[in-house]
Design a protein around this ligand. Structure first.
Ligand SMILES: [Zn+2]
Length: 246
């Protein structure tokens, strides 16, 4: 009943041993993995992986928007195979201030497309969390996954009041900001992610979907609830956000 709502299975570090990665995920109780595209070529590769367990979200890295129109088109042309739009969003860590206007413009186009197709949107918001939440609110986005949110916790709470959800990666082990995010958001606003092969429990680890367990255990500890409760609630949250039935 575990759902990894954000991973990059097309990354060579995972793709090269995808069979093993997915069978360990299944053995660990992972029901679904949403693999997210970060560009036109990668989004095409994501579409080729879709099956019952691997679900597709198509997007582009906000710090390299070359070909973003192509990604919009891919989403429009494959509504049946695409479960979500993203990752898309804003990045002021790798992207410069000068590109912000362009980033916001593209982000809005993806939000509008997600709304018109009634798909959730998976948001990358590195060093731009508060602004990303403001843009999403302005655009009337409803089903939102804020992935690896590194921003202001009060802005996150305002998002959560609108129904936005925040996916928590295993790297929470080393992040006080993520721990405080979990402490101050209700369990109903949380989802599980790995961002594989990134954001593993430690910096040196190559992450994979079975590691959502690390997120479960940290959330359970912080919220003083059982891991089973975290699994159940985040599963229901994922069903609701992605519009899935079990
Ligand atoms: Zn990612």
């Amino acid at each position: 009943m575990l759902v990894d709502v954000h991973a990059h299975l097309t990354d060579p570090r995972v793709m090269g041993r995808l069979g093993t990665v997915m069978s360990s995920a299944t053995a660990a109780g992972v029901w679904r993995v949403v693999t997210c595209g970060i560009g036109p070529e990668d989004s095409r590769a994501v579409l080729r992986l879709v099956n019952g367990q691997v679900r597709a979200s198509l997007g582009i890295a906000p710090y390299d928007l070359r070909g973003y129109e192509e990604v919009l088109e891919l989403i429009e042309r494959n509504p049946g195979s695409v479960d979500a739009v993203g990752e898309v969003g804003l990045d002021l860590y790798r992207g410069s201030r000068e590109t912000l206007e362009e980033q916001v413009r593209a982000f809005k186009e993806f939000i509008r497309l997600a709304r018109s197709l009634d798909k959730p949107i998976v948001v990358h918001s590195r060093n731009a969390g508060k602004l990303a939440i403001e843009v999403l609110m302005q655009e009337g986005a409803e089903r939102v996954v804020m992935h690896a949110y590194d921003g202001d916790v009060s802005a996150a709470r305002r998002g959560a009041e609108r129904g936005f959800r925040f996916s928590i990666p295993p790297r929470i082990a080393e992040s006080d900001q993520k721990k405080s995010l979990v402490r101050r958001l209700p369990l109903e606003a949380l989802l599980l992610e790995t961002d594989s092969p990134w954001l593993g429990p430690s910096r040196s680890s190559i992450n994979e979907p079975k590691n959502v367990w690390f997120s479960v255990e940290w959330i359970a500890r912080i919220k003083s609830v059982s891991p089973q409760r975290v699994v159940e609630v985040t599963y229901r949250n994922a069903l609701e956000t992605f519009g899935w039935t079990d």
